[in-house]
Design a protein around this ligand. Structure first.
Ligand code: GAR
Length: 219
């Protein structure tokens, strides 16, 4: 099988996109190159994802996500985790930052820090994460390396609600791709990330329906 001759499986399948009035007010957290952050931006810019990206928080001064935010004109704040005395202290700062911004939910788009109940409980069911494996397989660090080592024939990515235990929590959506002969980490990462960029905006929209439904029943 060559890499052009497969179609990724996304569940639930994409579309039609729900509309939100007013658009979702989202915070985003990122540590890496920011390709998933940019995918969220692109999905809002083309009108698929009915949302406003209010604020990006990064924990690394030189990360690509920060550069992308500057380029895209999205406000970005740095919270260097090394300047906080504990995970909880960083998360308390994040809670205040995002609450001050009036965001209704937060997307972890490659946030490479463990989060604590301080953040999780401040946004119950409203903190979602993307992870580069088909959870519950390959939780934690180096998920793609774990997948390659295991000999699995199918890889993928998952968007899920964040709970206290790392990479657990209700699954919102998943995308599956094949592991092809000759794959190394770079090739498989590229194939998975291509699907992450489709999955994350879609899963955010699915989560948005839950958030708005919950808000309407709470009056
Ligand atoms: C993504 O592949 C995402 O799934 C992963 O970090 C990458 C960030 O890429 N997240 C995790 O591993 C979280 N456990 P990006 O900075 O290009 O969006």
């Amino acid at each position: 099988m060559n890499s052009e001759r497969y179609s990724a499986l996304i569940v639930p399948p994409i579309g039609p996109w729900p509309r939100f009035d007013p658009p979702l007010r989202l915070g985003v957290m990122a540590s890496g190159t920011g390709s998933n952050f940019e995918a969220l931006h692109d999905a809002t810019a083309c009108g698929d994802l009915s949302a406003q990206l209010c604020l990006l928080v990064v924990n690394k001064a030189d990360c690509g996500a920060r550069q992308r935010a500057a380029h895209l004109g999205i406000r970005c704040e740095l919270r260097d985790h090394r300047h906080f005395t504990s995970r909880e202290a960083l998360d308390q700062d994040l809670v205040h930052t995002f609450q001050d911004e009036g965001v209704e939910a937060i997307v972890m788009a490659g946030w490479m820090r463990i989060v604590t109940p301080v953040l999780i409980d401040a946004f119950p069911g409203r903190l979602i994460n993307i992870h580069p494996s088909l959870l519950p397989s390959f939780r934690g660090m180096d998920a793609i390396g774990q997948c390659l080592t295991s000999g699995a024939a199918i890889a993928g990515c998952t968007v899920h609600e964040v709970q206290k235990d790392v990479d657990t929590g209700p699954i919102l959506a998943q995308a599956a791709v094949p592991v092809l002969p000759g794959d190394d980490k770079e090739k498989l990462t590229r194939r998975i990330q291509a699907q992450e960029h489709r999955l994350l905006p879609w899963a955010t929209a699915l989560a948005g329906q839950r958030w708005r439904k919950a808000a309407s029943t709470q009056g």
